[in-house]
Design a protein around this ligand. Sequence first.
Ligand SMILES: Cc1cc2nc3c(=O)[nH]c(=O)nc-3n(C[C@H](O)[C@H](O)[C@H](O)COP(=O)(O)O)c2cc1C
Length: 173
Amino acid sequence: MAIRQAARRAVAAGVDSTEIHGAHGFLIHQFHSAFTNKRTDQHGQDLTLFGTEVVKALKTEIPADIPLIMRISAVQYVKNGYKLPESFKTAETYHKAGIDIFHISSGGEGPIEKNGSKPENDEACPVPFTAAFKNHFPKTPVIAVGLLSDFHVANAVIANQTADLVTVGRGML
Ligand SMILES: Cc1cc2nc3c(=O)[nH]c(=O)nc-3n(C[C@H](O)[C@H](O)[C@H](O)COP(=O)(O)O)c2cc1C
């Protein structure tokens, strides 16, 4: 798997954490989503098999003191997309395979359902999903993201124990 080499390069470069993308319609998300995974082979019968293989391969390359994070779409916004109960099961499988921390996002798999449940892109909009993950996996650190550019809001998310970490994209830019 080429991703093994990416992990080796990252470790050699001296990173102190690693993250793989299992959200937003990227490859791992495409595999564990029934919306996109229409395969009839074993990787279609077991939607999390591909992601599990990736995680297990990475865990053999990344030292135990460097966390392996996965970004995950907690819910999908396509019609009949998966919701929290399914993503908890998916995350449980990846956690057993070796994911140390979940970075909670949402959607990105395809067209948004009309009149669906997608929240507006407002400050801290995906944080309820982070809270749901934290509640479901109390011993597994979770990361909140989504317009947490205001220090006070970001700090409250951690102080309220809704998340263990926050990431800030546009605020940094
Ligand atoms: C201009 C722009 C481009 C982005 N491109 C991607 C992308 O290619 N892949 C991805 O997973 N997320 C992408 N994102 C989402 C970011 O990863 C992040 O979830 C989002 O910006 C929320 O964090 P923030 O509010 O702190 O910026 C993008 C966001 C912005 C604003």
